[in-house]
Design a protein. Structure first.
Length: 481
């Protein structure tokens, strides 16, 4: 069984004072089990991004220790920088790495939020997967107005006082998938060019999915600064090419790009350093940093997991994970890949000009579903490991039954998500079979068969997990699928 491991990426509003940055570093490193992987400080943004990994409880303890240092040492009334901010500790996301589900990371965010509010008197807003309200899922929506704009307002945080801390402001704490902070520098000093390109590519303006973008001047160059919220849907390579094309239309070149923080290996698969013109890729691979301090935590393979053959060997092994739920999610992933393939064989072809727009829409949705289902392969396995841990609680423990029910319910959610996505994929496969390239009809049909397998297999897993729950809990959660 994989030992539970969480990534935490706190962002602090200090990028210029070495003493404060060192104090933050020391606070995290002093917590047993916490392994600091990377510190990125930017003087222009006046911001530092720390990345560390730890078991769940240690992750909360290390994040709190650093936040206490930030509250004591960072005064936002004297702070200025390019990057938007509302707190001395501006944002703290938890990210599942191994043996931990997204739902467990949500609980970590809540635990940290409650402690910060109580002990540091800082208002805390839950965001991303931990958001208590839809309008708080996006960090820019919470941070609107920044520290100065929030000072005079009565707030409604999830935890803590209704007004910002006088010097430390407010903080957003959440849970999310891997996020990549990615900057592209243009060969111009015109900030208007960067702002216009950022507007064109960000999701909120109808651009690329899962992209937040802004334009700045950094070190004398126009910079398109981005957060890539889902690299399985929109990779750095896709974003880089989109920026390059738009810059060239304005007679501007691209000088180079950079990563801030760490990046999962798979984000760079198929995108060579020369293509992205990365100046610092080798020092920013997440799995490499983890292996350096915890060699057994992450296997050395493309995608942050075993090879396909290795994964199949794991599936055939004697451990309960990966199991049928992960296999069902993989079937859905393959179905999405085939739908995308048939769509690509259709778009841009004169013979199919009449359905080009529809095929492009199918392609975009299939790619999104492919990324989501690929993640569910791993999430299903991680969720069931939680069930195994719950069953190991001593039978004399009064909370054992409740813990088992909660774990089984959590294990039912990934396959339930597979069912929903599988149904949509089946519809896409059937549509592309009818309108797509006739030379790929058989591929579309196989996609449909795989989608049905994903639906049926995942449904079986949902039912199996719910059947293991107590009668009372099962009655309350009968609608999970």
């Amino acid at each position: 069984m994989t030992a539970p491991l969480v990534e935490c990426v706190p962002n602090f509003s200090e990028g210029r004072d070495p003493a404060t940055i060192d104090a933050l570093r020391a606070a995290i490193s002093a917590v047993p089990g916490a392994q600091l992987l990377d510190v990125q400080s930017d003087k222009a943004h006046n911001r530092s991004v720390f990345t560390f990994v730890a078991p769940p409880a240690a992750a909360v303890a290390a994040a709190f220790a650093a936040m206490r240092v930030a509250q004591q040492r960072i005064d936002l009334t004297k702070h200025a920088g390019e990057h938007p901010r509302m707190g001395a500790t501006d944002v703290v996301p938890f990210v599942p790495v191994a043996g931990v589900t997204m739902e467990e990371c949500v609980q970590l965010a809540r635990q940290l939020g409650e402690r910060v509010a109580k002990e540091l008197q800082i208002p805390v807003f839950l965001y991303a997967k931990a958001a208590s309200r839809v309008e708080r899922e996006r960090l820019p929506d919470i941070r609107k107005g920044e520290f100065e704009g929030l000072r005079g307002r009565t707030l409604e945080p999830d935890f803590g006082p209704p007004r910002v801390h006088p010097t430390a402001g407010a903080t957003a704490i959440g849970a999310r998938p891997f996020l990549v902070a990615f900057n592209v520098y243009l060969d111009t000093q015109e900030i208007a060019v960067a702002k216009e390109i950022a507007k064109q590519i960000r999701t909120s303006s109808g651009g690329l999915p899962g992209v937040q973008a802004s334009g700045f001047i950094v070190d004398g160059l126009a910079q398109v600064s981005m957060n890539l919220l889902d690299i399985d849907i929109t990779s750095p390579a896709v974003v880089f090419n989109a920026i390059k094309a738009r810059a060239e239309k304005q007679g501007v070149g691209v000088q180079y790009s950079e990563i801030v923080g760490l990046i999962p290996e798979r984000a760079l698969v198929g995108a060579a350093e020369s293509l992205l013109r990365l100046s610092n890729a080798g020092d920013h691979i997440l799995e490499t940093k983890i292996r350096a301090v915890l060699p057994a935590a992450i296997p050395s393979a493309v995608g942050g997991g075993p090879s396909l053959d290795g994964w199949i060997d794991e599936l055939a092994g004697g451990a309960p994970t990966p199991g049928g739920g992960s296999a069902a999610a993989l079937a859905g992933t393959l179905a999405a890949a085939l739908v995308a393939m048939v769509a690509r064989l259709t778009v841009g072809k004169k013979a199919y000009a009449a359905v080009d727009a529809q095929a492009r829409a199918i392609l975009a949705e299939a790619e999104q579903l492919r990324g989501e289902l690929r993640r569910l392969v791993d999430e299903d396995a991680a969720a069931y490991e939680g069930v195994s841990r719950a069953y190991k609680i001593p039978k004399a423990d009064a909370g054992r039954a409740q813990a088992i029910d909660a774990a089984l319910l959590a294990a039912a959610r990934p396959p339930a998500d597979v069912v929903k996505r599988g149904r949509r994929l089946l519809a896409l496969a059937q549509t592309i079979e009818q309108i797509g390239n006739k030379n790929a009809v058989s591929d579309a049909r196989v996609a449909g068969m795989l989608a049905r397998t994903a639906i049926d297999g995942a449904t079986e897993n949902v039912n199996a997990n719910l059947a293991g729950m107590s009668d009372q809990a099962r009655a309350k959660q009968a609608g999970v699928s």
